[in-house]
Design a protein around this ligand. Structure first.
Ligand SMILES: [Zn+2]
Length: 221
């Protein structure tokens, strides 16, 4: 981890995390939490565990929030108090949006654990209602650094690196890890199995597999 200038203007400097740092941090964090809850590491991470994790580190979690169209989750940074998290009501009430609910919970949790300490340093003048929209939630390309970090960490919480590696090795025994999978059917097979094993969308699985170099980036249309 290092520090670089923050071009968004929120802070003078902002943290720069290498992917490997976030992978290690997130895997340790989720595995320790699951172990403390269940006496074992349960994959996929249960919804209840995601909720309890947010409740542990945020001041409040509202799963029935009425949010503006397109906004899936909000983290309200309110230093010196802990942040509050609000999740769009439609995600919790509509079982067809289960993947989106899980990713949003993990994404907002990542804001709590990675970014609340930055606001805390600035004090109460730094309050911000940070809204996360559908387009920001699974970014592959560079976007706002806070969104990129939260989404990367969300993927790393839901698909811990060592578990994803084991899945890739099972799926592609002749190519343990690298080079990136080529061929549409192999790529589809990988992301489908990751979606099943980790209870995430195939899009979220594809993003994570691509970030880790197991899949080649999609060519732009
Ligand atoms: Zn966000």
């Amino acid at each position: 981890m290092g520090w670089v200038r923050d071009h968004t203007g929120r802070f003078n400097r902002r943290p720069y995390y290498q992917q490997s740092f976030l992978d290690r941090k997130c895997e340790r964090l989720i595995c320790e939490f699951l172990q403390s809850l269940y006496g074992q590491v349960t994959i996929p991470v249960p919804n209840g565990a995601l909720i309890k994790l947010v409740e542990r580190d945020a001041r409040d979690l509202n799963l029935y929030a009425q949010l503006p169209d397109g906004v899936l989750g909000v983290t309200y940074f309110d230093p010196p108090r802990k942040p509050q998290v609000r999740i769009a009501r439609s995600l919790f009430e509509d079982s067809r949006r289960l993947h989106r609910l899980r990713f949003t919970l993990a994404h907002e949790y990542a804001h709590v654990v990675l970014h609340a300490p930055l606001y805390l340093k600035l004090g109460s003048a730094a309050r911000e209602d940070h809204q996360c929209t559908v387009t920001q939630i699974e970014p592959l390309a560079a976007v706002d650094w806070m969104e990129w970090q939260a989404s990367y960490a969300a993927g790393a919480l839901l698909m811990p690196l060592s578990r994803l590696r084991a899945l890739v090795n099972a799926c592609c025994p002749s190519r343990p890890g690298s080079p990136p999978a080529s061929g549409e059917s192999l790529a589809n097979n990988l992301q489908q199995r990751a979606s099943e094993a980790f209870l995430v969308s195939t899009d979220a699985a594809r993003v994570r597999l691509t970030q880790l170099g197991y899949l080649s980036p999609l060519r732009s249309q």
